[in-house]
Design a protein around this ligand. Structure first.
Ligand SMILES: [Cu+2]
Length: 134
């Protein structure tokens, strides 16, 4: 299952994309002259390393409805971070970082795993996404 390409991108592209979004948002001048941006959602960034043969951290805790950006960095050999319950699967090569932005829409504990065969420890590359709320 492939993650839609437009939601997976190199981390380097992020600042300009965020800047673009902000320029397109309605803005107004505050009394002090500062620009006030309305309705700009900034994701909470969670860095995750996928390396031989574990995730660091291996337990991610988020809130339902929260905008999350997972910054996944690879190590060792090629791995992936997959959250099947949310249709997320992103492969990373060693020292590569990719960004996944999503909003968890259901509460529970969901498996996180590597879906790229990466050697002897592949089956031990597991973790959990805990979504709280409601
Ligand atoms: Cu693997």
């Amino acid at each position: 299952m492939a993650w839609p390409q437009e939601k997976v991108r190199d981390h380097q592209e992020l600042p300009s994309q965020l800047t673009q979004q902000r320029e397109e948002s309605p803005s107004q001048l505050s009394p002090a002259g500062a620009v006030v941006q309305e309705d700009v959602r900034v994701p909470r960034v969670i860095p995750v390393v996928a390396t031989n043969w574990y995730f660091e951290p291996d337990i991610l805790t988020v809130e339902k409805g929260e905008l999350i950006e997972l910054l996944v960095t690879g190590g060792g050999v090629e791995h992936s971070l997959s959250l099947p319950a949310f249709g997320i699967e992103v492969a990373v090569k060693p020292d590569e970082t990719k960004s996944i932005i999503f909003t968890p829409d259901k509460v529970g504990t969901f498996p996180m795993l590597c879906s790229v065969y990466c050697g002897d420890g592949h089956s031990s590359m597991t973790g959990r996404l805990i979504v709280t709320g409601e």
